[in-house]
Structure formats: C-alpha cells, structure tokens
Design a protein around this ligand. Structure first.
Ligand SMILES: *Cc1c(COP(=O)(O)O)cnc(C)c1O
Length: 412
C-alpha cells in the first residue's frame, strides 16, 4: 500500500514520489492515532487544529449516524434543511455581535474566497469600483485557492510561481509582541495613501497560523479595526484556525472585543469530522452585496451540519474556558523551560497552542520518526515545532507531548 501511496498519491505541499515518509493510520480514538503497526500515538496536531473533541467522539458519531439515515446531502439551491438552519442560528448566537447572515462553504479556502467576493461585490454595488484590492499583514495564511493565495504571505506562499496571475494586494508590517505601535503606524500610512483602492483588510486574529505561528497583541486587532472604520474599508477576520476556543476565548476577535464586517470559520467547525466552513457578515453588508456570486455543489452538506451542531453543543456544554486554561498552563510551564536552550530562538504559548521556534530548520522526517518513537504525532515545519492538541488531552498526555518536544529539541 505504501508504495502506491508514495508513487501515485499527492500529499499536502509534497511532490510525487513523496520525499517524506507517510505513516498509515488504521483507526483513531480519543487523542490517539493507531498506526498499521498497532502503535498508538497522541495526535498533538488535532489533525490541523480541527479535531478538538478527539476522534470517534460518541456524541458526534451518533449525530452523524442519525443524520445518515435521514439524508446525507441535498442540493442547497431552492432546498433547505433543519440541520443547516440550526447551525446558522448557532453560529449567529456565538459569534461577535452583528454577524447574522451566514454562507455555508465547503472548505476554509472557499470561505475566504466568499469573504473576498462579498467585499468586492459590496463596493462594486456602491459604485466604488476602484475599491478592488485587499490589505493584509505579512506572515498570514488564508488558504490555497487563488484569491486566498493572493493574500497569503508572498514569501511563505511561494507566490513567485504564480506571480504573473495573482492580483497584487497591499502587504503591511506583521504585528508581533512588542511592535504593535510600529505595525499600526505602517497600516495607517498605507491606508491613508491607498484606501480608495482597498475593499477590505483581511487578517487572522491574535495568532497567525500556518504562515509562521505568530502570536500578537490584542491592541493590534483593536487598532486595525478602528483604522478600517476610519478609512472606510471592510474588515475580514479569518478565524478558521483560531475559532472555537483554541486561543482561550471562543473566538480570536473576543481578545480585542471587536466585531468584524465579515468572519470566516472552518477547521474545528465540525469537530474535524468533515470539510465545512462558514462566512458570516452583517445585514448592511449582505444588503450591499445583493446576489452573492457563489454556490458550491456541497453547500450546507447535511452530514457536515449534523457534525457541526453536535460539536458546537459539546463545546458549549463543557467548561471549555477552564479546560483551555489547564492546557495553556502546562504548555507554558513545560515549553518555557526550553527558552534557555541554545538552539531555541523563542517559545510562544496562547490557549491550547504551544510553539517552539528554533534557529535552524528542523529535519522533518527524522524528527517525526523520533517523535513517533516517543508516542507523539507532530508536524514540524521550517524552524517551528508546535502543538495544538485536542481539548480532551489529559495532563498526562500533555506532558507526553511536551516531553517529546523537549527531547527532540535537546537532541538537535
Ligand atoms: C487552514 C486555514 C485556511 C484554509 O482552510 P482549508 O480548509 O485548508 O481550505 C484558511 N485560513 C486559515 C487561518 C487557516 O488556518
């Protein structure tokens, strides 16, 4: 099986034949992935931020089983169903104030495309056709489709390959801890000079994910929100990674108590069971947009809605805030010990996210194999070794993850 996988199957950001060894998972339960060899490893990645309640959660499993016997999917054009309406109602209730119109998209990247289209259509209909660019901080990641790619960090995103075809947008200084004032000055001056050409700002709140695992101060979020209002551009917040409790607040926006014009959700929306995302906006923008030019085949997929409804209920009915504080405390105490290590440049922790940044690139395959030996699954990339474990990870399992991180860093 692995030779077919290696020679014929594309993996994310990989070539064929694959250069980095893949590991076959035969089942998954709780926080554990079971490999073909029967070895069980703790998934410290939550399958890329998404599996917040762990694998094979009985509540989500039974919600999907009930739904599959009713219907798995119906087209959303001209038809609707209870699960989708229930989900949209829930999202409106829990997201920041004012967001009360929902577009159910089929993946995070698509929800970003929809957000960009909303902003462009809004200004087009207002007769401001020059407002057709976006502004975004460096170091961001918003997905792999063309629109989303055009607002990703140009260096991380390997933009040079597509530079002839990608629209050119405005990139501003990346916010980091300690440089908020500076970053806001840069944002202000770019907006001052170009606001007539800009439809919206797009950014990830509090944590920039795949673009570099960068944590920044809530003052930047607040300052950016004020500047967007002042210069009459829309604010799109991409909560695809940060949403549903990951940073210690239900949404990253809550750190600055801001309410964006457009919000993107994904990843943990279905508890990691299925691909689904959502783009929310308010009544004014929705009215300005008019007929939104988007409609995926699998929009509002009923199975995905059943998983999302069950996952959100599970989260809200748990003491998730206290639980994330528990995880944060352990990640902080354990990973901070690495700060004095000569190979470590920085250690950053927020909520259930722990990041160790090294001076040198990490050899992915070798490091991964060593981590698996120690019973842990992580996916280091570049100079970053990081974890965002499922929320159900026990203290003992968290220590196993942090011990494995400490061991590989010290062995480097
Ligand atoms: C993962 C991610 C996306 C893209 O979502 P996909 O489901 O992979 O298309 C967009 N924005 C952010 C912040 C993400 O973390």
């Amino acid at each position: 099986m692995n030779s077919i996988d290696n020679e014929c199957v594309w993996h994310p950001y990989a070539r064929i034949p694959n250069e980095v060894q893949t590991h076959t998972v035969k089942s998954a339960n709780g926080v554990y992935l079971t490999l073909d060899s029967d070895k069980k490893i703790i998934d410290g990645m939550s399958s890329w931020w998404s599996v917040i309640h762990g694998y094979s959660n009985p509540t989500i499993n039974s919600a999907i089983k009930r739904q599959v016997d009713k219907m798995s999917h119906i087209m959303f054009g001209g038809l609707t169903h209870h699960g989708a309406v229930e989900l949209c109602e829930k999202l409106i209730a829990i997201t920041p104030e004012g967001l009360n119109k929902v577009f159910l998209a089929d993946s995070g990247s698509v929800s970003v495309e929809v957000a960009l289209k909303m902003a462009l259509q809004y200004w087009h209909n207002k007769g401001q056709k020059r407002k057709n660019h976006f502004i975004t901080p460096l170091g961001g990641y918003h997905g792999d489709t063309f629109g989303a790619m055009s607002v990703c960090d140009p260096d991380n995103g390997m933009h040079h390959i597509f530079s002839g075809i990608l629209p050119k947008h405005f990139f501003v200084k990346k916010p980091t801890i300690g440089n908020t004032k500076d970053a806001l000055v840069d944002l202000r001056s770019t907006l001052k000079n170009h606001h007539n050409e800009i439809a919206a700002m797009i950014l990830e709140p509090i944590v920039q994910g795949a673009g570099g695992m960068n944590i920044y101060e809530s003052e930047y979020l607040v300052g950016a929100s004020e500047l967007c209002k002042q210069y009459n551009i829309l604010m799109i917040v991409d909560e695809i990674a940060t949403g549903f409790g990951r940073t210690g607040k239900l949404f990253g926006c809550n750190h600055g108590d801001i309410s964006p014009d457009i919000l993107c959700l994904g990843k943990a929306l279905t508890g990691g069971y299925m691909s689904m995302a959502a783009t929310l906006t308010n009544g004014d923008i929705a009215e300005g947009v008019g007929v939104l030019m988007h409609g995926p085949t699998f929009m509002g997929n009923a199975l995905a809605c059943s998983a999302a409804n069950a996952s959100i209920d599970l989260l809200l009915n748990s003491d998730w805030e206290e639980n994330i504080r528990r995880i944060e405390k352990i990640l902080l105490t354990e990973l901070t010990q690495l700060k004095s290590d000569k190979s470590v440049r920085d250690v950053r922790v927020i909520g259930a996210i722990g990041v160790v940044e090294l001076y040198d690139n990490i050899r992915m395959e070798e490091t991964q194999n060593r981590l698996i030996e120690m019973g842990v699954w992580l996916r280091p990339y570049g100079k970053l070794l990081y974890t965002m474990p499922p929320f159900i990870t026990s203290n003992k399992e968290l220590y196993k993850i942090t011990d494995a991180i400490k061991t590989v860093v010290r062995e480097l």
